[in-house]
Design a protein around this ligand. Sequence first.
Ligand SMILES: *[C@@H]1O[C@H](CO)[C@@H](O)[C@H](O)[C@H]1NC(C)=O
Ligand SMILES: *[C@@H]1O[C@H](CO)[C@@H](O)[C@H](O)[C@H]1NC(C)=O
Ligand SMILES: *[C@@H]1O[C@H](CO)[C@@H](O)[C@H](O)[C@H]1NC(C)=O
Ligand SMILES: *[C@@H]1O[C@H](CO)[C@@H](O)[C@H](O)[C@H]1NC(C)=O
Length: 501
Amino acid sequence: MIKKITIYALLTVFIENSQGQKSQQIAPLECPSLDSGDSFTQSEFLSRLANECRYDRLLLPTYQTGDVVYVHASAYVYFIQPAEAHDLNFKLHFLLQLRWTDPRLAYTLYSPKRSKIIGENVLKQRIWVPHLYMSNEQSSSLMGTDSKDVLISIAPDGEVLFSRRMQAVLYCWMNLQKFPFDDQTCSMNLESWKYNASILRLMWEKDNPVRLSSELHLTEYSLMDFWTNESVVRGDIANMRLGGAGNYSALKFTFKLGREVGYYLMDYFIPSMMIVAMSWVTFWLQADASAPRITLGTSTMLSFITLASSQAKTLPKVSYIKASEVWFLGCTGFIFSALVEFAFVNTIWRRKKAVNLKKVNSKYILKSTLTPRLARKELQKEIQESSPQLSKSRSCSSLQQEGSCNDPAGPGYNNYLTVHSFPSALNLPTITTQSFDGLMGSPSSKSHNGSEDSDEPPKRHTWTTMTPQEIATWIDKRSRILFPLMFIFFNVIYWTFVYCL
Ligand SMILES: *[C@@H]1O[C@H](CO)[C@@H](O)[C@H](O)[C@H]1NC(C)=O
Ligand SMILES: *[C@@H]1O[C@H](CO)[C@@H](O)[C@H](O)[C@H]1NC(C)=O
Ligand SMILES: *[C@@H]1O[C@H](CO)[C@@H](O)[C@H](O)[C@H]1NC(C)=O
Ligand SMILES: *[C@@H]1O[C@H](CO)[C@@H](O)[C@H](O)[C@H]1NC(C)=O
């Protein structure tokens, strides 16, 4: 029935006087004539052209032939604003222009002198327009202050140009693993709402489908690249597409944004490096200076956490670990271990008994300091039994008698064992000890050198005594070098990962 009526309505366009018995009630006789269309005003002509008796705006332009309707799209983007990262969206202001041909609206025959019909929203409500939607939109609206900014122009051959100015907030599922050294690709997905791809095909215009305003400014990002794609999306009963199953034509406009790291470097990375460096000041304080060393440790830790939490607030709570968090963990680790180093050194400082060491190197010092008390006592006993001389061995405190102990002996480990801190013996504490390898009876054998030592069976031990204070100072001095070196190492690894992977 409906088909008959529409066919009839169409016929009336050409045969004005034909009158069918059946359709008389529905399609009124007074279907306005299009003859001498040039004499009508634009709106009068349009109301005749798109009159209900000859134009059904619910039907596709090609409903008679069943051809595919090609809708060409282009966009002019004049504003992109990526939101704060934790919102995972961005705002886009653009002008979307669609172009298609509606043969029913071709008016060359009736109004040869008319070059164009231009109208706004009123015109849009009279003719068929494709229904597109943005599948990743959070919100969108037509823009316009007084009335919505919609513009339609119809060319004599029925080509319709439909422009609308829109703003849209679109989702962008950012991958923040490399934050803040990340690039983000965000896209605008346009899809056909009602008609499947066998009826309506969306296409980007051949050249420059998307143009960007030259005054486009992005605050936190730089626009690296953008491109467009045409595709189809599957629609079936499951995703409730009203047009039924089939492929739906879709357009995609993607742009790649690179985050500007300048802000993060100046406001996060460099300050946190300074805070970590500040925590090393503790190694230059005496091991029993608890108050200043604890204050330093805790205040650097607190200020770093404050700094980091202000950064973390801007980020979404994703489950994976981000580059900024690796940095956070690294720095926290350094500050924390500086504090732990103090606790360790201070504990040693407060010990009473001197410690006997097989050799003065990190392995034995740490071993002896980490040995539990009981085990240490047994070790002490064992040493005393094996070598009564050792109890007489002297040691000199670096803090008091630096000059008097600075033996001119060479750096070799021989009977007279001279220990000096890295990197050189200059002005650093020297611990001189007596050996008990049996050969040496007197302390005058200073000039023995390493080669002789190697002649000795290596099993003969050289024992050294260090006071707890000396050990504490020794650890502090090592830390002064070790912590910065490790931090530099951490930085090398971190920045390599960030920039090369
Ligand atoms: C989209 O288009 C770009 C460039 O035109 C191309 O490199 C990319 O592979 C396309 N993507 C898809 C999914 O077709
Ligand atoms: C939908 O598109 C896919 C690939 O783009 C194609 O393999 C498939 O046959 C299409 N389905 C229909 C119903 O057209
Ligand atoms: C597309 O939709 C039309 C009706 O709108 C339907 O007849 C046709 O079968 C659909 N095409 C596909 C591939 O499902
Ligand atoms: C000890 O070193 C000196 C020079 O430092 C050398 O002349 C001497 O031969 C060395 N002695 C032995 C036993 O190697």
